[in-house]
Design a binder for this molecule. Structure first.
Ligand code: KIV
Ligand code: NA
Length: 265
């Protein structure tokens, strides 16, 4: 199959074909996810949790993100590869963000993801104008966990929801081609998606109405110890192999069977 590009993803959005995205941190899984039909691989800084055993994503370094991005890029051929800018590698200035993003792109990323709303608008524009596709990330943003006071749903209050609409709109205007909506009420994620013109919305604890869904690979394979979040589904249960579990996830996203109301807030 021909490689998934940003254009492919935009066409899928237009045609109402759901985008299946999973996190991925190494070459062997990248090849397996490729064969199982995953459209987008996210080299997430959640590797700080699942690979490194940290309590938060804050200690993850740019060098580590580049290493994992290169591993994934060597394993995958069809999927589009998005890599997270880790904490501290982009918040200081658009220039700092560009220098960091350039390293991720050189390692094999085709798009970079960064967390934050209004303070990131200028940075998104700076990167996009210089040829780096950007995925934004709003709602619950794990790098801000200490400020958000824990793993909590964002946008339950009307004023908070309005802020999310403004952030999404400003990030789209700045050129973000994609946005992750994490832990927001279904109605809010649906409304953010409805208000977009071209930006691709990807939900995690958000809404089936998003253009695509993402989950942490280890969560769908039930191999991350700790309590399971509401938005996670174990796709290994009942599957004959890891490949079958991942294919079941892809199928569930494509058919609209995942997420259900039980996975939403
Ligand atoms: O790092 C990550 O895994 C992420 C997703 C959960 C969106 O950012
Ligand atoms: Na992340």
């Amino acid at each position: 199959a021909s490689p998934v590009t940003l254009t492919t993803l935009q066409r899928m959005r237009e045609n109402g074909e759901k985008i299946a995205m999973l996190t991925c941190y190494d070459a062997a899984f990248a090849a397996l996810l490729d064969r199982a039909g995953v459209d987008v691989l996210l080299v997430g800084d959640s590797l700080g949790n699942v690979i490194q055993g940290h309590k938060t994503t804050l200690p993850v370094t740019l060098e580590q993100m580049c290493y994992h991005t290169a591993c994934v890029a060597r394993g995958a051929h069809r999927p589009f590869i998005v890599a997270d800018l880790p904490f501290g590698s982009y918040q200081q200035s658009p220039e700092q963000a560009f220098a960091s993003a350039a390293q991720l792109m050189a390692a094999g990323a085709q798009m970079v993801k960064l967390e934050g709303g209004m303070p990131m608008v200028d940075t998104v524009q700076f990167l996009v104008e210089r040829g780096i596709p950007v995925c934004a990330h709003i709602g619950f943003t794990p790098q801000a966990v200490n400020q958000l006071g824990g793993y909590r749903v964002q946008g339950r209050l009307e004023a908070e929801a309005e802020r999310l609409y403004l952030e999404a709109s400003a990030l789209e205007s700045a050129g973000a081609a994609m946005i992750v909506l994490e832990m927001v009420p279904r109605a809010v994620a649906k409304e953010v998606t409805r208000r977009t013109d071209e930006m691709i919305t990807i939900g995690i604890g958000a809404a089936p109405e998003c253009h695509g869904q993402v989950l942490v690979l280890y969560d769908i394979l039930d191999i991350f110890p700790g309590r399971k979040a509401r938005f996670v589904q174990n796709f290994l249960a009942g599957a004959e192999s890891i490949h079958a579990a991942v294919a079941a996830y892809v199928n569930a996203v494509k058919s609209g069977a995942f997420p259900t109301e039980a996975h939403c807030y």
